[in-house]
Design a protein around this ligand. Structure first.
Ligand SMILES: NC(=O)C1=CN([C@@H]2O[C@H](COP(=O)(O)OP(=O)(O)OC[C@H]3O[C@@H](n4cnc5c(N)ncnc54)[C@H](OP(=O)(O)O)[C@@H]3O)[C@@H](O)[C@H]2O)C=CC1
Ligand SMILES: O=CCCC(=O)O
Length: 287
């Protein structure tokens, strides 16, 4: 495949770009805080000074940015991606955003002759490092087919979900469920503890039953120790709850459980826990 541009070297972007480099792709990276690209250079990446410079150099560019504001800014601002989009350029936004943001980016890219794919992912830091993400793509099917070799490196499975917005919506539904589950899990650990049970035994019981899942298994032991090293930052989980609730508003879907979960994530953010892992919501329920 041609050289790939990569915009946004945060927790996910770094792991994904390193993975592409490890599998022999040539990658040019850009990050708002440019110094964060240094580590990628050690893995063989080149650095672009601006998003526009990366687009100019690369046929395909992937973005992995924190939220809708960041995704829009990297495309539309001065020296943004849009400046050098033209026919033959493919832009793939893998950030978790809402369908409206994705549509705005899609319209801008395609109006300049480029092609656009949204491709948010399920899976966190470790799956990103191991190439085990689940890719939820939608938009330009030709572009999807062209970038399958890169998706095969980044993920264990890619879905093509049709028109723009479907990938974003699928991702928000999944993360809404995940955020609600994390709240129920946290309440369960606290309830076990405060009612005189050993929380570790609760984890063992859960792991043997119908609601066993990798998230409980992975995060539970650290939560019991009040340890939350960031894999999926809490501020991003709260953003996803907010965007999922807005999707619920648009579709008149009552979501009382998700709305309550959103409140605890907001509370956690107000306590300064936004940069910790989203499992730190446990702190708001255990104190
Ligand atoms: N972490 C996870 O487990 C997962 C995250 N996601 C989603 O992936 C995306 C990235 O997440 P993650 O890597 O964890 O987040 P990080 O917070 O680690 O990284 C965010 C990235 O966005 C950049 N950024 C933020 N604001 C702006 C801006 N205004 N202009 C330009 N760049 C900006 C940051 O640059 P800078 O370094 O300069 O701050 C950084 O590169 C998010 O949408 C998240 O919801 C999806 C699946 C899993
Ligand atoms: O958006 C983040 C998802 C994290 C995960 O799927 O484990």
């Amino acid at each position: 495949m041609e050289e790939i541009g990569f915009l946004g070297i945060g927790i996910m972007g770094k792991a994904m770009a390193v993975n592409l480099l490890r599998h022999g792709f040539k990658v040019t990276v850009w990050n708002r805080t440019l110094s964060r690209c240094d580590e990628l250079v050690q893995h063989g990446a080149s650095v672009g000074e601006t998003p526009a410079a990366v687009i100019k150099k690369c046929k395909y560019t992937i973005a992995m940015l924190s939220d809708p504001a960041a995704a829009l800014s990297v495309v539309f601002d001065k020296h943004g991606a849009l400046e050098h989009v033209c026919a033959g350029k493919g832009y793939i936004d893998m950030s978790t955003v809402d369908a409206d943001t994705s549509s705005q980016i899609s319209q801008a890219i395609t109006s300049k002759g480029g092609s656009f794919l949204e491709a948010p992912v399920s899976g966190s830091k470790k799956p990103a490092e191991d190439g085990q993400l689940v890719i939820l793509a939608a938009g330009d099917k030709d572009l999807y087919d062209q970038v399958v070799p890169a998706f095969d490196v980044l993920g264990k499975k890619s879905f093509f979900l049709g028109k723009i917005g479907n990938g974003a919506k699928m991702k928000l539904v999944v993360n809404m469920i995940m955020g609600s589950m994390m709240n129920a899990f946290s309440e369960g650990i606290v309830l076990a503890d405060k009612s005189g049970l050993d929380p570790h035994t609760l984890l063992d019981v859960l792991d043997l039953g119908a609601i066993a899942n990798p998230m409980f298994k992975m995060k539970g032991p650290a939560m019991i120790k009040n340890s939350y090293p960031p894999a999926f930052p809490l501020k991003h989980q709260q953003k996803d709850m907010r965007l999922a609730l807005a999707l619920g508003d648009e579709n008149a879907v009552p979501m009382p459980v998700a709305a309550a979960a959103n409140e605890t994530f907001k509370k956690a953010r107000s306590l300064g826990l936004g940069d910790l892992d989203f499992s730190a919501v446990f702190e708001t329920l255990s104190k």
